[in-house]
Design a protein around this ligand. Sequence first.
Ligand code: DX5
Ligand code: ZN
Length: 213
Amino acid sequence: MLVAPSVLSADFGNLQRDIESICNAGCDLVHVDVMDGHFVPNLTIGPVVVSAIAACATKPLDIHLMVENNTFFVDLFASLKPEYISFHIEEEKHPHRLIQKIRSLGIKPAIVLNPHTPPESVEYLLADLDMVLLMSVNPGFGGQSFIESVIPKAAKLSEMRNRINPNCLIEVDGGVTDKNIHMLRDAGVDIVVAGSYVFNHANKKEAIESLQI
Ligand code: DX5
Ligand code: ZN
């Protein structure tokens, strides 16, 4: 299991210190939540802060867009060369086109599904995707509780990707802890995002390792 701590739970007054601490603690990716105050009822960070994060991160960036105008934000972040850019299917009229655009920029494309969105919504896109991110909370805030229905949903998606594109990874985001990590692994999940669990833990290395099962 790969672990991507969410910067949303970092201390923004000490952002460089916190980014370096998760990278030194052995995380696999750095998860960056970009919210525009329209798609979700919260506003986070834009290109100035994300490039500051990219400058001190020694692990690849996993940018999660929670915005209305996906193409505009993809263009804003492309020059930072993140490993992944993920966008919500609920907010995109032409997901297939945007996947091709992200790939043409040398970035791995990923699609995010809100808790109510069925895994079948990505069936005809799976062949072109590097990752599907399943939300296990409603997007917008860190520190919420885990929505259990993501487990059978991940299992269903895992069966679909094994059939259509075994290279497509499954990521889960929201409320992940050492209490649900085994269920997530058993359902076929490859990457977890963990914000409050990692940043509230006294020992970040121990927290990250408890999820790298
Ligand atoms: C929620 C974000 C998550 C969030 C996870 O909209 O996408 O990445 O920061 O935080 P925890 O792990 O605290 O639920
Ligand atoms: Zn996220």
